[in-house]
Design a protein around this ligand. Structure first.
Ligand code: GUN
Ligand code: FE
Length: 400
């Protein structure tokens, strides 16, 4: 029985489970309780008895159309909200020059709250429009503007982790602070230690960048000569926890991935950015084989697209490029990439007890997808259903 009002949906549900990269549930009824949690998900046999068991009126059922389905909201595990204003430009320099030339001057503008309000409103709305219901954001060093980003995510209904270094506030249920050392080259050892302490004492999430390009890895070696590796820098400063997500990791060694697994830290794979600013190609298969948690990120504006669907496509591209280089490489399937964009992302952000797939007790965090809207971006052909030519569903969904 649902406690209070129960909202039932009837139709097709597509999600991932630990066993199945894509599970398609047809003719099912999913009930959402008055707290927005999934109360039940059952194969539809007899709606009348289901309505009696779960306490809803059959007239309350929201029936999905023949060409519609629900899927979990997508999780962007790494996006710089503050860089959205120049997404799609300034991709002609490698990381360290790119930061100095383009990024730092733009981020300095966030002391102006009007500027922040304009960009942050647009990035939250745009990512929601692209199906990102959860985002792990980098803001800037400005406290007021970072708080504003949290307020806007809350207002527009996006779950978010918002990172302003040393931030520690907790006023929205779906918006949380994330301790955010930018990356090792821009933080002193004492700052990293203090952030590690804050994160551990307050059980906070941590996000940063790691091993994005080779020049940066070499720079970290010279800046932290006492550390065995880039990973060791964060490990020594107590920043690798089971609530940590590190972006990129293109050049992590197997030994470093082992440390990620042991500490429960996650990698955010940002393939658009990795190619756009020529950083490297992460071998996702190798990361997964090490049992390291992995989600996908857009990394706006190193990545030029705010769309998670783009992140999924670029993940496949990079995986295929690795197969071209080495035919022994086991290419990722689109089903696996769907899982990385949803369940994988929720695991990477340690939010998988709340979101990521359709499981009783989790929040009902879903996208309603209609592949047959008038003037839509794809054409359907006779005989196509959810299980026929599945790839057409994922390859051609629009991004805005
Ligand atoms: N490393 C440190 N800062 C940044 C940033 O803003 N973007 C990317 N892609 N890498 C970084
Ligand atoms: Fe980044």
């Amino acid at each position: 029985m649902c406690s209070g009002q129960c909202n039932p949906f009837f139709g097709t549900f597509v999600h991932s489970t630990p066993r199945a990269a894509v599970e398609i549930l047809q003719n099912c009824v999913l009930g959402v309780d008055d707290k927005g949690k999934i109360a039940f998900i059952e194969k539809h046999q007899d709606v009348v008895s289901l309505s009696e068991i779960w306490g809803f009126e059959t007239s309350d059922i929201r029936q999905l159309g023949q060409y519609e389905f629900l899927m979990p909201g997508m999780v962007d595990t790494h996006i710089h909200a503050s860089q959205y204003s120049y997404a799609g430009t300034a991709l002609d320099l490698p990381l360290l020059e790119w930061l100095n030339t383009y990024t730092f001057p733009v981020e300095a503008k966030y002391k102006d709250l009007d500027f922040a309000n304009d960009v942050y409103t647009k990035v939250v709305r745009r990512t929601l429009k692209n199906g990102t219901t959860t985002a792990c954001y980098f803001a800037t060093i400005h406290t007021d503007a970072s708080l504003l980003l949290g307020e806007l995510a809350d207002r527009f209904g996006q779950r978010a982790l918002v990172g302003k270094v040393c931030m520690d506030y907790n006023s929205y249920p779906n918006v949380k602070p994330v301790v955010t050392p930018r990356f090792a080259p821009s933080c002193s050892s004492s700052l990293l230690s203090e952030l590690g302490e804050i994160a551990n004492n307050n059980k906070l999430h941590v996000q940063s960048h790691i091993s994005e390009n080779k020049e940066e890895v070499e720079l970290v070696k010279t800046l932290f000569p006492g550390c065995k590796s880039y990973t060791d820098v964060y490990l020594k400063h107590n920043l690798l926890t089971d609530r940590t997500v590190m972006a990129h990791g293109c050049h992590l060694t197997d030994e470093e991935l082992e440390i990620f697994r042991e500490t429960g830290s996650a990698v955010s794979h940002c393939p658009n950015s990795n190619i756009s600013i020529c950083s490297g190609m992460l071998n996702v298969r190798n990361v997964l084989n090490h049992n390291v948690k992995l989600g996908l990120g857009t990394d706006v504006a190193g990545g030029y697209s705010p769309s998670m669907l783009d992140a999924m496509r670029r993940t496949l591209d990079t995986s295929k490029a690795l197969t071209i280089q080495d035919p022994q490489h086991k290419t990722l399937s689109f089903e696996e990439v769907f899982r990385l964009a949803t369940l994988g992302g929720s695991e990477a952000l340690s939010l998988d007890d709340q979101i990521g797939n359709f499981v009783v007790g989790k929040d009902f965090d879903a996208l309603r997808v209609n592949v047959c809207v008038p003037d839509g971006p794809i054409d359907l052909f006779p005989g196509e259903g959810p299980k026929v030519r599945q790839s057409s569903y994922w390859s051609f969904l629009p991004s805005y």
